[in-house]
Design a protein around this ligand. Structure first.
Ligand SMILES: Nc1ncnc2c1ncn2[C@@H]1O[C@H](COP(=O)(O)OP(=O)(O)OP(=O)(O)O)[C@@H](O)[C@H]1O
Ligand SMILES: [Mg+2]
Length: 418
């Protein structure tokens, strides 16, 4: 299969020799069972490499799973990967298969491998060396045939020096290293990528695609791109949505880029930047994008509680959650809260009960009640985990929140072992 058709199939844009080489190596090793370590800065596009390798391997019809080692709490990662026996820890009401069991015959992508706890690293090494693992709380050795692809944006050798990463595992994992180049090392791809993203976002937002003039292109090429392709994509999205003028000048583009020390970047002072950004509509758009996800999660949580009338009756404190929302928690963009609380208009689905904001709540009640809603949330999370036998993916679906948010909340509420 030639590189261009692989790029088309996996939506990879770019033609720099470094990218082509990385892809070439991925294609060459795909059909072996060798362990692959994908290395590259944050946002360079490491994820696609794991699916390319799996899809071009003889395991392509078998399962593939991506596990983000950085998102799983330390206390549960062993059980998640290798399974556990019933009663092996508090809350282990049933035995559970781990991914190395369920994905037998397939491929596991261990993303952010640098975040893997040392104990788990020892277990992983055993799988890689002997194809063996033991469920948590068991003494029975089991066999598995799983191909491992790992990725990291950390310098693993540095972690080895700091005793945070096992040296033997490092060498075992990097049988075949694939280095995905940073955007600053493949300048020839920058404009191509921008053009592709601009076209995609024009499609998504049903508007005309933005076009860069020559100076804007030069600015794009000079910018250091610390966030790599992810940053370029974000900027393309912001410009596609916010810019009324579809012809983008260097000055207009400069407003979206982070200030950096290269003198060739047109000076955009912070004060000027802020002034120009005071346009109300732009602020609203920005606010909207940043808050949309959090608000949706909160809405789903409210609806869940509201759907249970007895819970709703006992919980006038839902109002406080609304207050929190309007006070801009978790958002860097909301304006400072007004001295007097103004109820916010949330676009709740039509089926939801109206929420009446009672301004007469005194401060003492507010504190108590906001603790109640946290309790309620904790209760719901535990309930969902029990219902789904500790399967966090299913529990998060049921709760209407993302798996990552669930992980965060498990940490926050100290619910580690269910
Ligand atoms: N060559 C490419 N062509 C088109 N889009 C790309 C390319 N490389 C990356 N992207 C896009 O850039 C974004 C970031 O890529 P990805 O999530 O793979 O980064 P990463 O290397 O895994 O970063 P991190 O280490 O932070 O997880 C994704 O939206 C991805 O689709
Ligand atoms: Mg990634």
């Amino acid at each position: 299969m030639d590189l261009q058709s692989i790029k088309n199939r996996f939506n990879i844009i770019g033609n720099s020799p470094e990218l082509n080489y990385a892809l070439q190596v991925a294609v060459q090793v795909a059909n072996t069972d060798l362990t692959v370590l994908i290395i590259g800065d944050s946002g360079v596009g490491k994820e696609a490499f794991s699916s390319i390798i799996h899809s071009l391997s003889s395991r392509k019809h078998n399962p593939f799973i991506a596990v983000n080692c950085g998102a799983i709490p330390e206390g549960t990662i062993d059980s998640e990967l290798f399974g556990h026996e019933k009663g092996s820890f508090t809350g282990a009401v049933d035995a559970r298969k781990g991914y190395f069991e369920t994905v037998n015959g397939g491929t596991i992508f261990l993303d952010e491998i640098g975040e893997m706890p040392l104990g788990t690293q020892a277990r992983l090494l055993r799988v890689l060396e002997a194809g063996e693992y033991i469920r948590v709380g068991s003494s029975k050795v089991q066999k598995t045939d799983v191909r491992v692809i790992a990725a990291t944006n950390k310098d693993l050798l540095k972690l080895v020096e700091q005793n945070k990463f096992r040296e033997d595992l490092y060498y075992r994992l990097s049988t075949v290293p694939i280095r995905v180049p940073s955007l600053s090392g493949r300048r020839e791809d920058i404009v191509l990528l921008f053009r592709k993203f601009a076209a995609d976002f024009a499609d998504k937002y049903k508007t005309q695609s933005v076009q860069l003039d020559e100076d804007a292109k030069n600015l794009l090429l000079e910018y250091p791109w610390p966030g790599n392709i992810r940053e370029l994509k974000n900027i393309a999205e912001q410009i596609s949505v916010l810019s009324e003028n579809k012809q983008i000048s260097a000055k207009a583009l400069g407003r979206y880029l982070q200030p950096y020390s290269n003198n060739r970047l047109p000076a955009v002072s912070t004060a000027q930047h802020q002034n120009e950004f005071q346009n109300e509509r732009e602020i609203l758009y920005k606010l909207f994008f940043d808050m949309k996800k959090d608000v949706n999660e909160l809405k789903r949580m409210f609806l869940e509680v509201l759907q249970n009338p007895s819970v709703a009756a006992q919980n006038p404190s839902l109002i406080n959650e609304l207050k929190d929302l309007s006070n801009g928690h978790d958002s860097g963009y909301l304006p400072a809260p007004a001295a007097t609380y103004q109820p916010v208009q949330l676009s709740m689905p039509p089926s939801s009960a109206p929420v009446i904001v009672d301004n007469s709540i005194d401060e003492h009640e507010e504190v108590d009640e906001s603790l109640n809603i946290m309790e309620k949330e904790k209760e719901l999370i535990i309930k969902a985990l029990k219902k789904h036998k500790g399967k966090r993916k299913d529990a998060s679906l049921d709760l209407g929140i993302s798996e990552r948010t669930l992980y965060r909340k498990l940490k926050e509420y100290d619910i580690e072992e269910l």
